[in-house]
Design a protein around this ligand. Structure first.
Ligand code: OSB
Ligand code: MG
Length: 370
């Protein structure tokens, strides 16, 4: 394919409830949607950057800059036989994984549509269903948290993750365990602790958590290896894994027992596949994380997690959990058994509802072949 045009839209979708983590509180999902046009077809990639650099350094502003000034000029008018060629093409640009991923994901969706196959076929995955978990943000108090946990467990989710931060950890886990002794449960700290807090984290060992996600700094691997030696509970890395080399180094040092893969965080599908393969070769389970995506990014995640190393439920929950009205039709739904059906239609596999996209768009830029 020869890419003739790239478009980016900035989209604002109100969340049904504020989502609070150790790094902040989100009330609307503000993201960039990248579209790639070639051979009369269009593919779409949802960027996972936020307006602010509180999860990782990239922002919607830096993504727009890197796309406009560096990545889009590399692809416009270029003959590309397969989207796997984009990762090496982008390698000269250091970092900026979210920007790279949004364009690379759009090219995958486009190529899948061109071949008339569902995205999972292009990625080497399979059809069927995937297992769904759910991520619960920090709540007002323990009572509100217990209510949410009961609600999501009854909805069928296969495992529950709660957000923690210093001073709001052990009490929360204790209360949930008392009410649900056998619930598959994990916690996510989003880098809120340091090695000096090792005792507080070790205090979680008695609660049969399936894992503790990203307790230490977003750019650390070494301290996580030190911490893992002190914990019986496996550490899962999220922020620290920004590519296949990070995964290799983390596993080599014993910094984690599980890896959370987010396509946007690692730089695209090819990188996600490489992280997956590295972990699988070492027998380390992976699961697919989430970034409160609209249905477009959510469906990309559904396809990714059909690869064989994704043996744990992902953070891919139903569209209706976050949005009154999603951008795809049908929306992503989770069955009472906690499963999501993998679409078999070409590309991401559900229709995008363009009037809704246009209504939610507050900025639009197009780049054409010179
Ligand atoms: O750390 O996994 C995270 C949401 C925004 C930013 C980071 C994270 C999260 C979640 C929610 O945990 C996952 C989801 O439901 O999309
Ligand atoms: Mg996380």
């Amino acid at each position: 394919m020869k890419i003739e045009r790239v478009e980016v839209r900035r989209i604002e979708l109100p969340l049904r409830f504020p989502f609070e983590t150790s790094f902040g509180r989100t009330t609307t999902k503000d993201f960039l949607l990248v579209s790639v046009l070639a051979d009369g077809l269009v593919g779409h990639g949802e960027c996972v950057a936020d307006d602010d650099p509180y999860y990782l350094p990239e922002t919607n502003g830096t993504v727009l800059h890197i796309l406009r000034d560096f990545l889009v000029p590399l692809v416009l008018g270029r003959e590309i036989a397969h989207p796997r060629e984009l990762r090496p093409l982008f390698a000269r640009v250091r970092g900026h994984e979210m920007a790279k991923a949004s364009l690379e994901m759009a090219a995958h969706d486009l190529e899948a549509r061109r071949q008339g196959v569902p995205l999972y076929r292009l990625l080497g995955g399979r059809g069927g269903t995937v297992a769904s978990g759910v991520s619960i943000g920090l709540q007002e108090d323990v009572g509100a948290l217990l209510e949410k946990v009961a609600l999501e467990k009854d909805a069928g989710y296969r495992r529950i993750k709660i957000k923690i931060k210093p001073g709001r950890d052990r009490k929360l886990v204790e209360a949930i365990r008392a009410a649900h002794p056998h619930l598959p449960l994990m916690v996510d700290a989003n880098s809120a602790y340091t090695l000096a807090d090792a005792d507080a984290l070790a205090a979680l060992d008695g609660f049969s958590l399936t894992m503790i996600e990203q307790p230490l700094a977003w750019d650390d691997i070494v301290d996580h290896a030190t911490l893992q030696k002190r914990l019986a509970t496996p550490i899962c890395l999220d922020e620290s894994i920004r590519g296949p080399d990070d995964a290799r180094r983390a596993l080599q040092l014993g910094a984690c027992g599980v890896v959370n893969i987010k396509v946007g965080r690692v730089g695209g599908f090819a990188a996600a596949r490489a992280v997956h393969d590295t972990c699988r070769a070492r027998g380390v389970p992976v699961w697919c994380g989430g970034m409160l995506e609209s249905g477009i990014g959510r469906l990309a995640n559904v396809h990714l997690q059909t690869l064989p190393g994704f043996t744990l439920p992902g953070d891919t929950s139903a569209s209706a959990r976050y949005f009154e009205e999603d951008l795809v039709d049908p929306p992503v739904v989770v069955s009472p058994r906690g499963t999501i059906a993998v679409p078999d239609a070409p590309g991401i596999g559900h229709e995008i509802v363009w009037p809704r996209v246009e209504r939610a768009t507050d900025f639009h830029e197009t780049w054409r072949r010179p």
